[in-house]
Design a binder for this molecule. Structure first.
Ligand code: ZN
Length: 190
């Protein structure tokens, strides 16, 4: 699964195929400057190094015209300065896509299981496998190697193999992906 930000950037590139890498990069640099007021209204902080001449830009969606606007499209006299899409709007689009992708990722559910296994061969599982040896790595360990394992899987029925043999078959516990990742980190710390 691609990183949610990477996916959001790819989508922006697809929607604006004529835009240069530096345009995408400017939108990306502004990502942290975007503040959501409403679903169709945003504030974007100005950045001098990106050629901004105002401390704050307003970006909004016009339902009537079906397009995004930015205060940088207008001069003090209300005239439209440009018709092209600016990187303030691009940053808002990126922000919205990134936020949506993150929400989707947070909703994603996976299954986890933890077990103790004895194995002299190679351990594998039908998911992400985390392994740590139990006890000191002395002669007794090498004669009888035991491991604590943790698995994150997309399927409920988790199977751990030692070589070509199933050594564990367990019903995974359903958790959000973020919880599973947290448990995996803790698994190595404890
Ligand atoms: Zn703008």
């Amino acid at each position: 699964m691609p990183h949610p930000l990477y996916a959001a950037i790819e989508q922006l590139k697809e929607d604006f195929p004529g835009k240069s890498y530096s345009w995408i990069k400017r939108a990306l640099l502004r990502l942290g400057d975007v503040k959501e007021i409403r679903d169709d209204l945003y504030l974007v902080e100005g950045r001098r190094e990106l050629g901004d001449w105002k401390p704050l830009y307003q970006v909004w969606f016009s339902q009537r015209e079906g397009r995004w606007y930015c205060t940088c499209y207008f001069s003090t006299f209300g005239m439209r300065r440009r018709r092209d899409i600016c990187t303030h709007v691009a940053a808002v689009m990126l922000f919205r896509r990134y936020k949506r992708a993150l929400e989707k990722l947070q909703r994603r559910r996976v299954y986890v299981a933890e077990a103790e296994v004895e194995c002299r061969g190679r351990l594998t599982a039908n998911g992400e496998l985390y392994v740590k040896p139990i006890g000191r790595r002395d002669l007794a360990f090498f004669a009888n190697p035991r491991y604590r394992v943790f698995v994150i899987s997309d399927v409920r029925r988790i199977v751990i193999k030692c070589g070509s043999y199933d050594v564990v078959e367990a019903e995974g516990e359903e958790v959000p992906l973020a919880t599973a990742k947290f448990l995996a980190e803790r698994f190595y710390e404890s």
